[in-house]
Design a protein around this ligand. Structure first.
Ligand SMILES: Cc1cc2nc3c(=O)[nH]c(=O)nc-3n(C[C@H](O)[C@H](O)[C@H](O)COP(=O)(O)O)c2cc1C
Length: 299
């Protein structure tokens, strides 16, 4: 989103190079588009530029914290919506099979949804429903740009990097009130991020976050969080050693029962690209624990 520095990479063309090779290998792929909002530090990170302040609904980095930047203007909101739409069109033109929008983990869309960071008194702030307006405009803008048939996934979470215990909704009714407008705006699939997929969302039901979102919105959902591992991912200790869990049968049963539709795997796959094949073939004793060295591929 913030790439103002010129790219040295050669232009990519639809169906050529990497996108064609992925498809020829029988795989599909959907890139994720991010805007981290106030979590971008203009002094550090991959694109430092102190002259380019971070944008966010109300300029606050954390709950109860001071306002560190100017709240976004409406022109900036429009600019971000248009940037996402342009990026999604690029993904389609490059031969991707869809696009995922990062609306979770305390990044920009989530900053608008979260009452702690959205203190606006215009039409983008207010109650939980009014705070969906930015997300709705974002999804509508992307949908209008890519057309009706290009798969659009929205990653969502209750938890935030700024606060693991934060929640957008304490009741199913409120959860539906927040995410149904986003579904109606054009989301095909919700990618429902939890740190542990086995955590139930509301008392009195065994469903997790993905289970509730599926049943409330009618959209297919992806579940994620500690699949194949015994402990949750921590943003502050990203490389923390985590033991293998081979207890995957209950998860498969939940897919079969229709609680959610797709299972996403993070760290276990970073550790071991053959993870899915090993699980499919029942080679559970060959699964590897997650360790810091798995992150070496990212550098
Ligand atoms: C090194 C690393 C990088 C990640 N990058 C992203 C990311 O770019 N976008 C995202 O939505 N989640 C990201 N996550 C979170 C994962 O997608 C996933 O939700 C989280 O790790 C929990 O799943 P797991 O327990 O299977 O790892 C990342 C996690 C790790 C460990």
């Amino acid at each position: 989103m913030w790439t103002r520095r010129p790219s040295t990479a050669p232009p990519l063309r639809a169906g050529s190079g990497w996108s064609g090779e992925v498809h020829e290998a029988g795989a599909r792929f959907i890139p994720q588009l991010w805007h981290v909002g106030v979590m971008r530090d203009p002094r550090t990170g991959p694109y430092p530029n102190p002259d380019l302040p971070s944008v966010s609904p109300s300029g606050m980095f954390k709950p109860g914290g001071k306002v560190v930047y100017e709240p976004m203007t409406k022109a900036q909101i429009r600019d971000v919506v248009d940037s996402f739409a342009r990026a999604a069109v690029s993904a389609r033109e490059l031969g991707c099979d869809g696009v995922e929008i990062h609306g979770a983990h305390g990044y920009i869309l989530d900053q608008f949804l979260w009452s702690e960071l959205n203190k606006r008194d215009d039409e983008y702030g207010g109650d939980a429903i009014q705070r969906t307006r930015f997300g709705v405009e974002l999804i509508e803008g992307i949908r209008a740009a890519v057309g009706p048939d290009f798969p659009l996934v929205l990653r969502i979470s209750q938890w935030k990097q700024q606060d693991y215990k934060a929640r957008l909704a304490e009741t199913p009714e409120l959860l539906k009130a927040i995410f149904q407008p986003l579904a109606d705006a054009g989301v095909d699939i919700f990618h429902c991020s939890e740190r542990r997929y086995w955590d139930i969302e509301f008392p009195g039901s065994p469903w997790n976050f993905a289970g509730w979102i599926k049943h409330l919105t009618g959209r297919p959902t992806i579940t994620v969080g500690s699949v194949g591992l015994a402990g949750a991912m921590s943003v502050t200790e990203l490389g923390a050693q985590t033991a293998v869990s081979t207890d995957l049968r209950p998860l498969a049963d939940r897919v079969a029962r229709g609680e959610f539709d797709i299972v996403a795997v993070g760290r276990a796959l970073l550790t071991d690209p053959a993870w899915a094949r090993k699980v499919k073939e029942g080679r559970f004793d060959e699964l590897l624990p997650f360790s810091k060295s798995a992150l070496d591929i990212l550098t």
